[in-house]
Design a protein around this ligand. Structure first.
Ligand SMILES: Cc1cc2nc3c(=O)[nH]c(=O)nc-3n(C[C@H](O)[C@H](O)[C@H](O)COP(=O)(O)O)c2cc1C
Length: 167
């Protein structure tokens, strides 16, 4: 699958088959994450892959809109040192991770991290230093259902030369 196909076909998947995700695919996915751009080339992130069922349940219990992490065979937690651009950098890595998952035939869903009250508890659950930031948790698994959310059209969002310019 080429990059554009991955972009077009990626959807947030919240229902997964129970089949485990092979470890070599999880390594490929994290590898895609660490290749994302970062401000000043900081690369201040860390990726914690959680497959253990009990730990996935602990994540799901904390995440108000991420209960499905309990049923996803894997969850990649994106953490970062608190650099100036940690959120942008971590978000770029999160997107790379989801696109790589799509390209490998997997489904994924971004579960919010930064700004959530539970962030420090997830950081601690991952065994990371207390000052680290939680950027995202990405549930990953083979899709059991792929939703089709309504998207704004390119004509609606594209402005030539100025915000007032039409597409
Ligand atoms: C910053 C961010 C936080 C998100 N947090 C959650 C979340 O906590 N739970 C969830 O189910 N989906 C979450 N999502 C996924 C969005 O709901 C999803 O991207 C949106 O509905 C569009 O669907 P699509 O990803 O299939 O295009 C999050 C997405 C982003 C970018």
């Amino acid at each position: 699958m080429d990059a554009l196909d991955a972009l077009v076909t990626r959807r947030s998947v919240r229902k997964y088959k129970p089949d485990p995700v092979p470890q070599d695919l999880l390594v490929k996915i994290v590898d895609a994450g660490r290749l994302a751009p970062t401000a000043h080339n900081d690369q201040a992130w860390e990726f914690v892959v959680i497959t253990d069922e009990q730990r996935r349940h602990q994540l799901a219990d904390l995440a108000d809109y991420g209960k499905f992490i309990a049923d996803a065979p894997a969850c990649i937690v994106v953490l970062s040192e608190p650099t100036r651009y940690y959120l942008e950098d971590g978000s770029a890595a999160t997107t790379n991770i989801m696109l790589a998952a799509t390209a490998l035939g997997l489904g994924s869903c971004w579960v919010a991290g930064d700004k959530k009250q539970y962030a420090p508890q997830i950081v601690s659950l991952c065994g990371a230093p207390e000052n680290y930031k939680l950027v995202s948790m990405i549930a990953i698994g083979y899709p059991a259902a792929i939703p089709a959310p309504k998207k704004r059209s390119v004509d609606d969002v594209l402005h030539w030369e100025s915000f007032r310019g039409g597409s």
